[in-house]
Design a binder for this molecule. Sequence first.
Ligand SMILES: [Ca+2]
Ligand SMILES: [Ca+2]
Length: 257
Amino acid sequence: MKLKGILMFVVLLCWTVSAYALDPTLTVGSTSYQAGKTVSVPITLTTNGANIAILAFELTYDPALLSAPQVTPGSGVTVLGKSTYDNKDALGNTMSLVSNVPTATPGKYRVLIAGLVDTVAGTMTGGSTLLTDGIVATVSFTAASSSTGAITLTNSFTDAADAAANTVAINGSAPVSLPFSVGKVGDCNSDGKVSAADVQYAINIVMRKTGFTYSPLCDVNINSTTGEYIPDGKTTASDVQTLINVIMKKTGWVLPN
Ligand SMILES: [Ca+2]
Ligand SMILES: [Ca+2]
């Protein structure tokens, strides 16, 4: 009876775990941008243990506010031998997503992350490698010079499969609103330059001193190896140390323009 009870418990536990297993999730990162400048939006994958060899997503945006989408594969994707593909033609126009009709459809940018196909060399790499957690792509746009307020990006489509071509369910993130900021990233005190005063400003935010609150300009997280700008929506010790490294001109520590 005792063994039977234990077996029942194990079966119930397994059922519970499988019933509540999380689907992988693709998140559109929130960041800040300046009117007329480039805005880079990180796309982050959380696999939750799923085997994902190929992945597609589509960003919906207001073409009056954002233009010229351009994807760059995340450093982890490149290491895996994969590449990114998008729905732009040779002229840089985004193409219709219906029946391959070559009609421009501004406002929808679709990206596929898959094995790298080199038609010139006749080679393929990364066909079976599995994506790992982290930034899988960065999509940059040009923000209109008249942009004010926040821009909303929607991850309206996600599609994934494993190396055996089985479809993998994946969740896209909710609409993300990108805050508008005027100034240079790292210029916490808005005096037009990044200096030791900005380090002190960031320290004051972390120390919750009166009059010093979070600003996207003081959210400066970067990956010094890949150069990726990965703001996390808060100003913490990590931002203070980043500013210190930038001001000390340590190799690799460069803030976006
Ligand atoms: Ca400053
Ligand atoms: Ca931060």
